[in-house]
Design a protein around this ligand. Structure first.
Ligand SMILES: Nc1ncnc2c1ncn2[C@@H]1O[C@H](COP(=O)(O)OP(=O)(O)OP(=O)(O)O)[C@@H](O)[C@H]1O
Length: 210
């Protein structure tokens, strides 16, 4: 369950421009797209939902937790355990292998390491053949799939993805969307995607328009 209430935000250096966001209310396992023109505040909203930015007013519930009432260290801990972030440009440790990056992400979540889950994910995302390769040795498409794996390996309550398909051809776009939906189903999590991509829109019933 993900819910936002009267969320507003202003960047410190933004000459008092305040963003006001519509209410979001996602029931258990419900997915949604955040859509709207460039610069309207989609990434800002996603970062608020991830607890990476602090709202001026309002709050974000993930499950029963009001995330902005947590202390900074509780919030970091909560994010590590319960939020899966997938950025357009993923952050990897390039000197480590695919498998080592996943293992590092699991350790950071401080959840019990689930070797079966990691193996299953590597197979599902077709990373088996390159699991022992360093990240700088793999292709762009493989990196995209690894970034999904890193976002979901710890079975988060919510998966937040920022433009996960914008650099992909049609076949890979379809593949990434169906992988994300499948992983959300397996993790029983809410999936929230920011997109400009017309190809993605028909795959989701719920659209949040900014
Ligand atoms: N750290 C920051 N400090 C000040 N202003 C910022 C900061 N980050 C973003 N902005 C501004 O806030 C506005 C919204 O940015 P945001 O990235 O949330 O928009 P967006 O809807 O995701 O855009 P796009 O679709 O182009 O990625 C933009 O005008 C941007 O320049």
């Amino acid at each position: 369950m993900v819910r936002t209430t009267s969320l507003s935000f202003a960047y410190q250096n933004s000459k008092n421009h305040t963003f006001y966001f519509p209410r979001i209310d996602l029931t258990s396992k419900e997915n949604a797209l955040i859509i709207g023109p460039s610069g309207i505040g989609k990434t800002t909203l996603l970062h608020l939902m991830a607890g990476l930015l602090i709202p001026k007013k309002g709050n974000v519930y993930i499950g029963n937790t009001l995330i902005h009432q947590l202390t900074r260290s509780q919030l970091n801990d909560f994010r590590g355990k319960h939020i899966g972030l997938i950025f357009q440009r993923a952050y990897f440790i390039k000197s480590l292998t695919v498998q080592e990056n996943l293992s590092m992400r699991e350790k950071l979540s401080r959840k019990t390491i689930d070797l079966h889950r990691r193996k299953q994910l590597i197979e599902q995302l077709e990373l088996t053949e390159i699991k022992n390769k360093k990240v700088h040795e793999i292709s762009e498409g493989q990196r995209q799939r690894l970034s999904i794996a890193l976002g979901v390996v710890h079975k988060p309550k919510v998966i937040l993805a920022d433009e996960p398909t914008s650099n992909l051809d049609d076949a890979n776009c379809e593949r990434v969307i169906s992988l994300l939906k499948k992983e959300a189903q397996i993790c029983k999590s809410n999936l929230v995607i920011i997109t400009h991509d017309q190809r993605v829109k028909s795959h989701f019933k719920k659209h949040i328009t900014l």
